[in-house]
Ligand binder design. Sequence first.
Ligand code: FMN
Length: 181
Amino acid sequence: MNKTILVLTGSPRTGGNSDQLAEAFIRGAQNAGNFVLRFDAGRKQIGPCIGCQACAGGNGGCAVQDDFAELSGYLQQADAIAIFSPLYWFSWPAGIKAAIDKFFSYYCSGTQTRVRESIFVVCGESDKMETYDSIVASYEHTAELMHWENKGHIVVPGVTAAGDVQNTPAIAGMEKIGTYY
Ligand SMILES: Cc1cc2nc3c(=O)[nH]c(=O)nc-3n(C[C@H](O)[C@H](O)[C@H](O)COP(=O)(O)O)c2cc1C
């Protein structure tokens, strides 16, 4: 069945490795007849959650207006989410971390988004798989709290310069996953 898939990217670097992985996934997903929404959190203006808890009595979404409002709208349209991020200092880049912090507005208000399932793709310079443990754990806890069925994660190690990912099997793999997701 065709789905609306939200592709959430995290890199501030346009056209970098995680963008290229996302684009391969999008090609596959669209070729299979799915509708794709894309939100590049690393290139948006999203302030930090200030812990005001004004969202507690709402229906999800942040009370402080910024670009998270656009992402919030997408979360109510999409059936599934696919997250693509580079590893920054063993964790999320700041822009997507700010967006994820604002997912608190759903948790806090007991509101569920439309999204029902998720996958996560992370890339980084390191070849040591344990380097990615903390970001993967963060994703897994996020999926659980957001009531997404976690369909799994993929680590793409050993990529540094923009385009390094083209020398890995990950691009072809991502297109295939897009087709079947
Ligand atoms: C600020 C910053 C922090 C980074 N931290 C890590 C890290 O902790 N571990 C790692 O393996 N790579 C790290 N990297 C490398 C990136 O994850 C890697 O270059 C990745 O391919 C960038 O993805 P992009 O091309 O989509 O921007 C870091 C890069 C930057 C710019």
